[in-house]
Each structure stands twice: as C-alpha cells, then as structure tokens.
Design a protein around this ligand. Structure first.
Ligand code: SF4
Length: 473
C-alpha cells in the first residue's frame, strides 16, 4: 500500500474516498453509541470512579516500570519461558525471524498485535519464506487487501461488506455472498483449517501481569486463545508499558477496556496464558517467547508526555475525534491513527516525519473526555504544536507574516480599529449570504470545508457606544 509522504496529501486523498468515509462514520458512530450505553449502565459517577482508579493504576505502573519489568521477566523465565528485551523494532524482528529460521517454520499464525504492525514483522517473516496468516477477522481482511489497519480495535473499519466480499471471493473456490453472516462463516471455515498446521503462533498482549508472568489476551473471536493453545512455539509481542501489577488491577482494566472499546461489559474471550505447558497438561505451547519492545517508549519516561504510556489501546479517542471520523485512519500515515496516533507518531517516529499530525485536531478535547485512563490528549497535541514551532523556529513564511501583521494591528486600539474598518470595507466582494465565500489560497482551501462569518456591520463596542450615547446603557 502506497502511503503519501505528506499529511496534507494523505487527508486530501482520504476526503475523496466516499465509500471509506461512509464506512468509518458508520463504524465510529456505532462504537460511540455502544460505549455511551455501556457507561449509562454503570452510571456516570461510578464510571468516573473507574477512570480515576484506572488512571492511578497506570500512573503507578509507569512510575515503577523498571521494577515491574524486572518482576515480569523473572516470572516468565521462572515459568519456563524466554524473554527478549528489544530496544528497537529491528531487534524484535530479528529475534523472531531467527527463531522462525531455527524452527524451520513454514506457517505462522498471528492474532492481532499493533506492536507487530509497528515493527513491520510480517514482511520480514514473509521475506524469509514463511506463510504468515492473520487470524483476527479485521486483520485478515486488510492482509488480503494488502493494507495496514485503519483503527486500533477494528482494523478493517474502512471497508464495507461489498469490498470484503470481493476480497474473500478472490481466495474462495465458491462464491461468497455479501451477507455479513456468510462473510463471517467463510472466514471462520477458511481460517479454522489454517490453525491445524501451525508451526509458530504469534499473539499481541493486552496486559502482562508482573506478579505471575501471565499474559492477558482479549478477543471477541477466540483466535488468540486457539493460537496460544495449539501453537507448539508461542511468541507474544508487547510494548514495554503494557504491564499491570496483578489480577486485582486487571479486573479494573478489563472492565474499562471492553466498555470503552466496544461497549461490552467484558470482551468475549479473556485468556490468561502462563507460557509453556506443564507435563500433566494436554495443551499449550512447548516453547514460549516474550518479546518486550521499547522502540521509542522509554524516551517518554520523565517527560511531559510520559502519561501517553498509560494508553490501553481501547480506540475510544478515535471514535470520539471529529478529525478521525472525517478522514479515517490511513491519513495519519503510521500504524496508530486518531488522537493517540497523532501524539505517538511524532514521539516515537520523530517530529520531522510526523510533526504535522499535531494539527490533525480541533483541540475540542473529546479525545481526553473519552479516554478511560484520562490521558490529556488534547493538551499533548497542543504541546506538540509548540514543540514543532520551537524546533523549526518558524511556522512557515505565510503563518509568520500573518501573525506579525496581526500582532502589529492588535497591539494598539487605533491600529485595531483602523484595520478592522479596512477589512470590513474590502471584504465586500468576498461575501455571500453573510459569509466569506471566496478568498486567495490558502484561505480558499480552508473555506472549502468551513464557514467563516463576514465581519458584522457593527461591532459590540460600536453598538455599546451608540447605546451609551442614546442613554440606553
Ligand atoms: S489514548 Fe485513551 S482513549 Fe485513546 S486508545 Fe489510548 S486509552 Fe484509549
């Protein structure tokens, strides 16, 4: 899938894709509605208590991340597993690729893992001849389409059922109809067969429990549970921040995650996997590897962006964001879209590449309000804008000149009145139905999607003066 290098080009391309926009609006609308009903069921006050508790848990973990990481690693090893602490994405890929080579793995089945998308794991494994199959329905759809996820929890949100049917028919011997039940039935049958010949299973990780070394996998399809049961060699990839102290904290998080993500009381399958099977057990992996990925995360510790590590990847901020809902996920350019992506991408991948995303927001605060762990996303986006300007020492020639002119005009009352008077006079040819309808670039671009009211005939201070003069004050 070709990704345009500039955000400007990417979102313009997205705005032309009407089928995608319709699918994203439907999908985010549905998830928002389900979440609202779920919160109503809990009650607003109790929901706020939940959020406060979850925020406190995440803050505590991140502030003691070194201790919890050490405890987790010790327990995984005690349970018979292996651990790779990967500083970069490349290190993580190399570890898994070497393991696949050592095992002579032909078929690798994966459950959804955003970290594996982040480190580009599939192409590396495919390059060495492995057949990598995504077992999550949404991930499989986008794998067939040769695309990347457009939403954290619903990777194929941008596709409608007709597009999905086309993709399925390309790999099916029999015609698959566009009915949702038929599409799900076909995927289920097709993927089930793949589970049987699996050499290595790869899963993501919702939360790793430090006190036991258990990995929590939450899915609505049960695919991660099957993989963690059937794979002779199991690899779990996790971001280094996805740790919780133990089961008590997990119960809070599972409840919040499901309600925020899909409006469910609980995700359908919640699996706790403790690594290799015991001699008396009939299933479970014979070999277990936990790959803990840093890839830019530790750089955020101790900075004003540290709270971004609290994220539990529920996707709620995406569904709440008016920008995401109107441009979809691919316009963000990297693996994490929406408000969380607009913060993570410049922080993890560099301001030079993704700094523009700090402007992919209206700063309305809907994301912060939606976030179950109370990450101040819109404050961070504002801070990133400041950082970008500080870094580049300019907001661009046009922006610099505009603000300099603005500042000069607004610094004195007489200049302000004079400039407003002139603007009111000269706006005349640009006004239609009391709105500015035309203008030179870049204003013309801006006006395509927004209304700008024309300057009024009289301002408040003029009306006020008149009233005062007439004794109506
Ligand atoms: S930032 Fe908050 S709302 Fe967004 S994905 Fe993370 S936890 Fe969910």
């Amino acid at each position: 899938m070709h990704i345009e290098p500039s955000f400007h080009k990417r979102y313009h391309k997205a705005l032309r894709d009407t089928a995608m926009l319709k699918a994203v609006k439907n999908g985010t609308g549905r998830l928002r509605g389900q979440r609202a009903t779920a919160i109503e069921g809990v009650g607003a006050d109790r929901w706020m208590e939940f959020r406060n508790r979850a925020e406190a848990i995440r803050l505590h973990v991140i502030q003691h991340l070194d201790q919890y990481l050490e405890q987790l690693v010790d327990n995984v090893i005690k349970n018979g597993g292996h651990v790779c602490l990967a500083k970069t994405g490349e290190e993580a890929v190399q570890y898994i690729a070497e393991l696949a080579k050592k095992k002579n793995a032909k078929t690798i089945l994966k459950s959804k893992s955003m970290v594996s998308e982040e480190i580009h794991l599939n192409p590396a494994l495919e390059q060495q001849g492995c057949n990598v199959i995504e077992s999550d329905l949404g991930e499989w759809i986008i794998q067939l389409a040769g695309e990347t996820p457009s939403h954290i929890i619903a990777p194929a949100m941008h596709k409608n059922r007709f597009q999905v049917a086309d993709l399925f028919n390309a790999v099916s011997e029999e015609k698959v109809s566009t009915e949702i039940a038929d599409l799900c039935g076909f995927a289920r049958k097709y993927l089930r067969e793949k589970f049987l010949g699996i050499d290595i299973g790869i899963t993501g990780c919702n939360f790793a429990l430090a006190d036991s070394g258990a990995i929590t996998l939450c899915t609505n399809e049960g695919n991660a549970r099957i993989i963690s049961t059937l794979a002779p060699t199991l690899v779990t990839i996790m971001g280094m921040e996805r740790i919780l102290p133990g089961l008590e904290e997990l119960t809070v998080m599972l409840s919040l995650l499901a309600r925020s993500a899909t409006g469910q009381k609980l995700t359908v399958y919640n699996t706790l996997s403790t690594g290799v099977r015991n001699p008396e057990e009939l299933d479970g992996p014979q070999e277990f590897h936990l790959v803990i990925v840093d890839n830019g995360r530790s750089k955020q510790l101790g900075t004003k962006y540290e709270k971004i590590l609290n994220c539990i990847r529920c996707g709620s901020c995406l569904n709440a964001c008016p920008v995401y809902r109107n441009i979809g996920g691919h316009a963000y350019g990297w693996v994490y879209p929406g408000p969380i992506g607009a913060v993570l991408s410049p922080l993890y991948q560099g301001m030079d590449k993704y700094g523009e995303l700090a402007y992919a927001t209206t700063l309305c605060g809907a994301c912060t309000f939606a976030c179950p762990v109370k990450i101040p996303l819109h404050d961070m986006l504002y801070a990133l804008r400041n950082d970008k300007v500080e870094l580049e020492k300019t907001g661009g020639l046009v922006e610099d000149m505009t603000y300099k002119g603005w500042s000069a005009a607004f610094a004195s009352m007489s200049r302000y009145r004079f400039s407003i008077g002139m603007a009111r006079r000269f706006q005349f040819p640009l006004v239609k139905a009391e709105k500015i309808a035309y203008g030179p670039p870049p204003i013309s671009d801006w006006l395509k999607h927004r209304d700008m009211p024309a300057l009024p005939k009289k301002f408040f201070h003029e009306i006020w003066r008149e009233m005062k003069n007439d004794g109506k004050e």
